[in-house]
Write a protein that binds this ligand. Sequence first.
Ligand code: TEU
Ligand code: CA
Length: 574
Amino acid sequence: MEKRIWWKQAVGYEIYPQTFADSNNDGIGDLPGITSKLNYLKMLGIDLIWICPFLKSPMDDNGYDIADYYCVNPLFGTNDDLKELIKQAHALGIHIIMDFVLNHTSDENAWFIEARKNKQAEEHDYYIWQPPRYDEKGNRQPPNNWRGFFSDSAWAYDEVADEYYMRIFSKKMPDLNWENPLLRKKIYAIARHYLDLGIDGFRLDAIAHLARDLSFANSTQNPDYDGLTLDVSKFSNRERLFDYLHEFKKAVLEDYPLAMTVGEVGGSSTTLTALKYSHKDYGSINMVFNFDTCWENGAYGSETLRDDQIITNVWNLKHNFARWYNDCHRDAWLPLYWVNHDHPRVLSQYGNVAFRKESGKMLALVLLFMYGTPFLYQGEELGMSNVDYQSLDDFTSDVSARNYILDARKRGLNDELILRFLRRTSRINSRTPMQWKNAPYAGFSLVPPRIKPVNNYQEVNAEDEIKDPDSIFNFYRQAIALRKDMAILDSVTMSDFVLENEDDPNVFAYRHPGKKHLFVVANFRPYQVNFSSDFLGRKHHTLLQNYLEPSAIRDGNQVSLRPFECFLWEIEDN
Ligand code: TEU
Ligand code: CA
């Protein structure tokens, strides 16, 4: 029965291996560390983990730059450690999906080493090369004005080849040329290798970018101060990419019907485009991550805003979730998440550290009862929050932050503003070590980790959270257990998702009028707000709430909600 597909019932959890658990106390998280925490994840109710890249890599982009697709990064363990992790996870009923990076490799990958050395080599054409341009003064320039995602040009010059190679991320991450059929075969072989090893599927990294405008014409967008412009139409969601993905499906995925695939399609993909990837009849993969529900507090690009100007746009947030549901649910499945390893912490984004417990639980409730497969991000279940770093140096383990600092200084931003902006938006925020206990380095390691822990592990850590029956962790546990109740899951995934009092600017409320009629109400403000709905007057029983005493209902259809107050009701329809 289609509806019983495992990944439609699963609750996922994203792991950033470098900072999840360090088994050998060298300051770097590793695969045996993950294995050692499987029972923790099981206790939480997780049955699907997505592990960010752990293959051999010089770590220019923390593993998204792969040097050897067939070898576990020695920093993280061995190929045998991976087999052991798969075995133990499966024994507990936990599926594992791998982060598969197929848009680019590391420049230290054997393919690229050969490609730059020898233009005649088969591997040369695995990458995208263009001759330099020369300006009036005779200075060498990149082939065009395209900017990449990490602030600088989408091209890097190679001395030996005397050509530029395309690289929309860092210069150590040359883009792969998907037009080359031999390269595509190599990629498919890698996918098969890991599926045969027992991996249950893939998160497909940066998949929206596999096809580019091969005319390499300049973007006609207005260039920025340095003559470059980030024009995503040049390398995102282009028609040709769907041919590649269909081939991938035929060549690999059709032979593994239980494998799950979730593509990262990013910010420039509409719901219509999403269906091209993931339509149940004509799509190639099972679902796609979109970014439309991220950054709805305006933090993105907020260089000149004060902290008190960063306010969640609850209307946009809930309507974006509803739009993806409405446009897709008949034909495609969806993943659900607040944030991932490329974002700040959700507690700092949409919650509030002054109301850690209340807002942490509220965020759990709202996410876990929507349509789709929810993914928590490591530490979310503990209420982990953004970094408290005081120096720009603390951000430099992230190549995008390094490039951003250079670019922002060129634009005349002072270091104080840069620091404020990075503390608000940097990817490092989510990459700090898991806070396992109240011990040095948050109990993550006995030595200083490469990425500094947030200095609140005295109060925010797994050991204490597990013990405290009223903790965020235990709230997640209860919420996940409820979601897994078959009758509730059927309502969540098979009856409608309807926003309730949809224009209320502060409260995110929705219903599932299924066999079990579910009603979620959540105040997104750090202050008291009034909310009205006819359903508030209905007979119900409370399944979950984040304040011990229920709020007093006034006039039958009005309630005054305390800061971040939320509840889940089952409405009695007769
Ligand atoms: O991120 C890609 C990414 O977030 C964006 O570039 C996205 O494709 C774009 O905004 C589309 O709108 C993935 C990983 O999650 C990230 O950690 C890596 O740094 C990156 O790919 C490169 O591998
Ligand atoms: Ca280690």
